[in-house]
Design a protein around this ligand. Structure first.
Ligand SMILES: *Cc1c(COP(=O)(O)O)cnc(C)c1O
Length: 399
């Protein structure tokens, strides 16, 4: 692994964690479908592996690659994005601790912060993350353990300034955690802009083919638990705490699923280039199309977050949201496409269309952070852009 440490993104995506096997020369790290590992002595392991809940070589390979691609020290693979989020939150907080989160978040993440954690005695609050100075004051006042952000956000595609928010969080003694699902490590590496931890739903771009559910956490080097806590692991290090908790609660992915995610990483760079180029073509078409009230896409020069996105992202990603002027038109559009499939999720080869207020963000409906009711989210796939545009054109004509 170390010989690739200074290589470019695509080279590391292909090679890190994929050292040919010592006994067979297998070029691809195999699926180790084994729950237990033979030992030569009762107190000594052969290759560091004992039982599949604690570790598996297929999982290690994926974690090494992802840690390298995000520029982190350690990565942890989980059976779902929400499992990754939950384990990280539990490692960092205890009942009585405070959690701050940005307003526009994935519905399931919002559900954790608005329902699950408050019920267990953690206090939580949504903050306006577009104003880093106000964020710093609010985090200090609440004595929050961390601020949780998404950029680009789901589904409004708002852009947050990671560097400014990391400085704000740190000045208040809090950590900054970034959900990097929408960008993927190819387009954006939040740790390089000062974030402390990154989470992923690897179900999306990292898996990339709509065939697995998975999640991950990546940590920057040198993170300690808050308030001088030693934690369950006793070392006081966040990485040790996550590893301990993950094994203690059994929140581990199967080897077949992580193998597919390692495969996904190898093509991530080329896929993200094509997703981004297709999304730009679709966004430009929609912007000029009668019947579309607004197109939300950070690649437009007049998007309020464009300059920040240009600085912290390599390209603008594969998601485009649009507003249709009424809930009826938005729902009808979702039911009128032929190439776009009406389905939740995003980040895969096939283009998807969905209606967030009912399908992915229902938890927010009738709350202070409710979405506009005329919004539609598109996940732009790898098809020919002309076919995607023609499909949207006919669906808009049908409204
Ligand atoms: C899908 C998603 C999640 C949740 O991940 P799962 O793999 O579905 O558990 C979290 N954050 C974002 C931005 C997502 O899109």
């Amino acid at each position: 692994m170390s010989e690739h440490a200074s290589a470019g993104f695509a080279t590391r995506a292909v090679h890190v964690g994929q050292t040919p096997g010592a006994t067979t020369g297998a070029v691809v790290t195999p699926v180790y479908r084994s729950s237990t590992f033979a030992q030569d002595h009762v107190d000594r392991l052969r290759g560091g592996y004992e039982y599949g809940r604690g570790g598996n070589p297929t999982r290690t390979a994926f974690q090494q690659a992802l840690a390298s691609l995000e520029g982190g020290e350690r990565a942890f693979a989980f059976p779902a994005g929400l499992a990754a989020e939950d384990t990280l939150v539990r490692a960092l907080t205890r009942p009585g601790d405070d959690i701050a989160y940005a307003q526009d978040l994935y519905g399931g993440t919002f559900r954790l912060f608005s329902q699950i954690y408050p019920e267990e005695g953690r206090t939580t609050a949504a903050v306006d993350a577009s104003d880093p100075e106000a964020v710093a004051a609010e985090l200090a006042r609440r004595r929050s353990r961390f601020l949780w952000i998404e950029t680009p956000s789901n589904p409004l595609l708002e852009i947050l300034d990671i560097r400014a928010l990391a400085d704000a969080a740190h000045s208040a003694g809090a950590l900054l955690i970034a959900d990097n699902t929408f960008a993927s490590p190819y387009l954006q590496q939040p740790l390089a802009w000062g974030a402390d931890a990154v989470v992923h739903s690897t179900t999306k771009y990292i898996g990339g083919h709509s065939d697995i559910i998975g999640g991950a956490v990546v940590l920057r080097a040198g993170l300690s638990l808050p308030a001088g806590r030693a934690g369950y692991s006793g070392t006081g290090r966040l990485g040790d705490e996550l590893a301990y908790l993950q094994s203690a609660v059994g929140s581990v992915p199967g080897p077949d699923d992580v193998w597919l995610q390692s495969r996904g990483l190898k093509t991530l760079a080329v896929r993200m280039e094509r997703h981004s180029a297709n999304a730009r073509a679709v966004a430009q078409f929609l912007r000029g199309r009668a019947g579309v009230a607004q197109v939300l896409y950070p690649g437009f020069a007049d998007h309020p977050g464009h300059a920040v996105a240009e600085r912290q992202m390599r390209a603008f990603g594969g998601i485009v949201s649009l507003r249709l002027g009424s809930a009826e038109r938005a729902r009808k559009l979702c039911e009128s496409t032929r190439v776009f499939t009406l389905a939740v999720s995003l980040g895969a080869t096939e283009s998807l269309i969905e209606y967030p207020p009912i399908m992915t963000h229902a938890e927010k409906t009738s709350t202070a952070v409710a979405l506009p009711d005329d919004i539609v989210r598109l996940s732009i796939g790898l098809e020919d852009p002309e076919d995607l545009i023609a499909d949207l054109d006919q669906a808009l004509a049908a409204l």
